[in-house]
Design a binder for this molecule. Structure first.
Ligand code: NAD
Length: 288
C-alpha cells in the first residue's frame, strides 16, 4: 500500500529503538490486511517523553508504543488509563481516541494470550511466579484482573522487592477475590512446596537470559510433574534451561517469545480493531 494523505501514523518511542522489531512487524501486518497505517520508531530519552507525547498529540497519530525508559513517564501524559496500566504503573501502548490519549499495558495481556494460544487458561488457576521487575509486575497484576485464583510470588530481596510488596498490596485492595502471597526467593523449601500445589510455574526474572543462560531457578527437576505448565518470559535464548528441563520431564512449556508477539498483537487490536496476522509475523520475524 502506498502512503497517502490519509495514512494514519503510529510509532514506537523509547531509547534505544534501532534494534526494535516493532516497525517491521506492524508495517508487514498493515500491508497484509490492506489497512492504511504506517509505523516508525523514534529515539526518545526519558526526560523528553512529555515533549514527544505533546508532539504526537499535535500530529494526531493513531497511537504509539512505549519502550524503556519512557514507560512510566508516558503514563503521566495520558488522559485516561486502563485498569491494568493504572495498577502496573506503566504504559506500553497509547491509543488516540479523538484527541484523548488512553494508556494501556499489554505486556501482561500478551503473556495471558500466549498461555491461551498454548492451550492454558489462567482463570481459576494457581500460579507460582518468580520476579518483581517490569515483566513480573505486568503479569502478576494482569493475572489478578483476569481471574487467577491464587498466586505465590517469589522475589529476591534486592532493590526490586518493594515492587513486589506494592503489587501484593494493590492486588489485595483491587482484586480481593485473588489470593496472593509473597515469599523470599531464597526460601527454597517454600518455593518447591508452592510449585507443588500450582497449575503453572512462571519465571519472570532475568535468570535464564544471557549471561545467566546456564541457570534455572528450578534446580530440583523432580518438581516437574507432567501436569505442571512451565512458562518463561526470557526469550533470549528461545529455549531457556528452565524450559528445556521442564520439557525433558514431560511438562507443557510456554516460551517467552510468544509474550513478545502477543503483547504487540494486543496493541495492534487496540489500534486497528483487527487481529494481527500473528502466525505469519511469528514465522517471518520471531523464529530463530
Ligand atoms: P527488570 O530489570 O525489571 O527485573 C528483573 C527481575 O529479575 C527482578 O525481579 C530481579 O529481582 C530478578 N533477578 C535478577 N537477577 C536475578 C537472580 N540472579 N536471581 C533471581 N532473580 C533475579 O527486568 P524485566 O524488564 O522484568 O525483564 C526480565 C526478563 O524478562 C528479561 O529477560 C527480559 O528480556 C524479559 N522480558 C520479556 C518480555 C517478553 O515479551 N517475553 C517482556 C519484558 C521482559
Amino acid at each position: 500500500m502506498e502512503i497517502s494523505g490519509h495514512t494514519r501514523m503510529l510509532c514506537l518511542i523509547g531509547s534505544p529503538v534501532g534494534h526494535s522489531g516493532s516497525p517491521a512487524m506492524y508495517n508487514y501486518s498493515f500491508r497484509k490486511l490492506g489497512i492504511d497505517y504506517a509505523y516508525l520508531a523514534y529515539d526518545i530519552k526519558e526526560e523528553e517523553t512529555a515533549e514527544a507525547v505533546k508532539a504526537l498529540r499535535l500530529l494526531n497519530v493513531r497511537g504509539f508504543n512505549i519502550t524503556m525508559p519512557c514507560k512510566t513517564a508516558a503514563l503521566a501524559c495520558c488522559d485516561e488509563l486502563s485498569k491494568a496500566a493504572e495498577l502496573i504503573g506503566a504504559v506500553n501502548t497509547v491509543v488516540n481516541e479523538n484527541g484523548r490519549l488512553i494508556g494501556h499495558n499489554t505486556d501482561g495481556l500478551g503473556w495471558v494470550r500466549n498461555c491461551r494460544e498454548n492451550g492454558f487458561e489462567i482463570k481459576g488457576k494457581k500460579m507460582t511466579i518468580a520476579g518483581s521487575g517490569g515483566a513480573a509486575t505486568a503479569i502478576e497484576i494482569t493475572c489478578a484482573l483476569e481471574g487467577i485464583r491464587e498466586m505465590s510470588i517469589f522475589a529476591l530481596k534486592d532493590s526490586f522487592f518493594a515492587n513486589a510488596e506494592a503489587t501484593v498490596e494493590k492486588i489485595r485492595a483491587h482484586v480481593p477475590g485473588c489470593r496472593v502471597n509473597l515469599y523470599d526467593l531464597a526460601d527454597k523449601e517454600t518455593f518447591y512446596k508452592e510449585i507443588g500445589s500450582s497449575d503453572i510455574f512462571t519465571n519472570a526474572t532475568r535468570v535464564g537470559m544471557k549471561p545467566m543462560d546456564d541457570q534455572s531457578l528450578v534446580e530440583d527437576t523432580g518438581m516437574f510433574r507432567k501436569d505442571l505448565v512451565v512458562s518463561d518470559v526470557v526469550y533470549n535464548p528461545r529455549t531457556t534451561k528452565l524450559l528445556a528441563d521442564a520439557k525433558a520431564a514431560g511438562c507443557r512449556t510456554i516460551p517467552g517469545i510468544g509474550m513478545l508477539l502477543w503483547q504487540g498483537a494486543e496493541a495492534f487490536k487496540l489500534y486497528t480493531g483487527q487481529e494481527m496476522p500473528a502466525k505469519e509475523v511469528m514465522e517471518k520475524y520471531f523464529s530463530e
